[in-house]
Design a protein around this ligand. Structure first.
Ligand SMILES: Cc1ncc(COP(=O)(O)O)c(C=O)c1O
Length: 389
């Protein structure tokens, strides 16, 4: 009954292709990184409790791969553009109409934020309201309705509690939370979808790059661009990401960690890296490309700018010519997934430039401050963290 009322014909939950017939619902943690899912995931009326309080998973083996957790959150939008009360369901595959807006025209947004385990029990989120706001801005650009800040943050809290046994121990990683807003209603001609779904799933993660915390080696891309003026580079639409896979794959095959993109008009000014923002350090001055519609305004970027100013650095948000890479003392990247990652080298026009890394760098100072605030070892004077007990 609940299932019939909750899931419309264009969107319903189906059995996971990876489900095991011998598995019980909500089976425990599996050391190989996979868990069983139900053959027909059931929505729950309220935030469910995890079956166990903790996992015996080998947290030291954690990377940034998907490890399905127990529950996902789903909230559908009615025809009048209002989101109904969301519900928690067992994690599982979803079924979409072949003509869903997201499948045919890429009408979708995603977000990424993390939950950290607190030393004294409970969990902490970092600036979830900022992700909610960014989703609202993106939804406006992509002609979609979006959940309110309150609905977004409440859903993120619920998904954290429901999957709490998957939040790694302090110092061993975090629970990466992935909200999606997608056009699930059917369309044939190019138009906004008639129906939308807000969905959140989560996965425990540790280091984003295979380098771990070792410095990154970036490649300046001068063939492919990530975004252009008037486009969607400034919002987190899913359609920004597949086009850079070719550049990333090529750079990785040449031994680089990731790609640094240039502006699409002159191929001269720095933009950002595939999934993070970039900062240059020269003495007491920290510079980062201004967000002018082609660069994603990162929550970590914004936070690092505030932390750096608070610590006495001069921070400039402006156009940065790639020639400035040759004068910088340090370079680092910021993002929810990557944290604050030091850059050891950048290869630009076949020249490799090396940067200072390690202890006593600005990058290290800002990184420790940010992580301290996120995990609670440093007092959160800015009121950025949201506690869940
Ligand atoms: C293209 C891009 N730039 C920057 C970022 C960093 O944003 P945030 O700090 O909000 O994670 C991300 C990650 O979301 C991204 O995908």
């Amino acid at each position: 009954m609940i299932l019939r009322r909750f899931f419309s014909s264009s969107f319903r939950l189906v059995s996971s292709s990876s489900s095991s017939s011998s598995s019980k619902l909500g089976g425990g943690c599996h050391r190989d990184g996979f868990r069983a899912v139900s053959s027909m995931p059931e929505p729950c009326q309220s935030s469910p409790l995890s079956d166990d309080e903790s996992c015996d998973f080998d947290w030291d083996s954690l990377g940034f791969g998907l490890m399905p957790t127990d529950y996902m959150y789903i909230m559908k939008c009615s025809k009048d553009g209002k989101f109904e009360r969301g519900q928690m369901s067992r994690y599982g595959n979803i079924e979409l109409s072949p003509s869903a807006g997201v499948l045919n025209y890429g009408q979708g947004l995603f977000e990424g934020l993390k939950a950290y385990r607190k030393r004294d029990g409970g969990f902490r989120l970092f600036r979830p309201d900022q992700n909610a706001l960014r989703m609202m801005t993106g939804a406006e650009r992509m002609c979609m309705p979006s959940p309110s800040i309150e609905q977004f943050v409440d859903a993120v809290k619920q998904i954290t509690i429901a999957n709490r046994r998957w939040v790694p121990p302090l110092g061993k990683g975090s629970l990466y939370i992935r909200p999606l807003l997608i056009g699930t209603g059917p369309v044939l001609g190019l138009a906004p979808a008639p129906e939308y779904t807000f969905l959140i799933y989560a996965s425990p993660v540790r280091n984003y790059f295979k380098e771990g915390s070792a410095p990154l080696n970036l490649y300046v891309e001068n063939e492919f661009v990530r975004a252009s003026r008037g486009g969607t580079g400034g919002v987190k639409t899913i359609s920004n990401y597949a086009p850079v896979l070719k550049a990333i794959t090529r750079a990785k095959s040449r031994g680089f960690s990731d790609v640094l993109y240039l502006d699409s008009v002159n191929k001269r000014d720095l933009e950002e890296v595939s999934s993070c923002n970039i900062f240059l350090v020269k003495g007491n001055v920290i510079s980062t490309p201004a967000t002018n519609g082609t660069i994603l305004p990162g929550v970590t970027r914004k936070s690092i700018i505030e932390i750096a100013r608070d610590r006495g650095y001069e921070v400039e948000e402006r156009a940065i010519n790639m020639e400035e890479l040759f004068d910088a003392h340090e370079v680092f990247c910021t993002g929810t997934a990557v944290g604050v990652a030091p850059v050891g080298s950048i290869t630009c026009m076949d020249r490799r430039i090396e940067y200072q890394t390690g202890a006593d760098t600005t990058c290290q100072e800002l990184y420790s401050t940010l992580v301290g605030i996120q995990t609670g070892t440093i007092e959160d004077k800015m009121g950025w963290t949201v506690e869940i007990s």
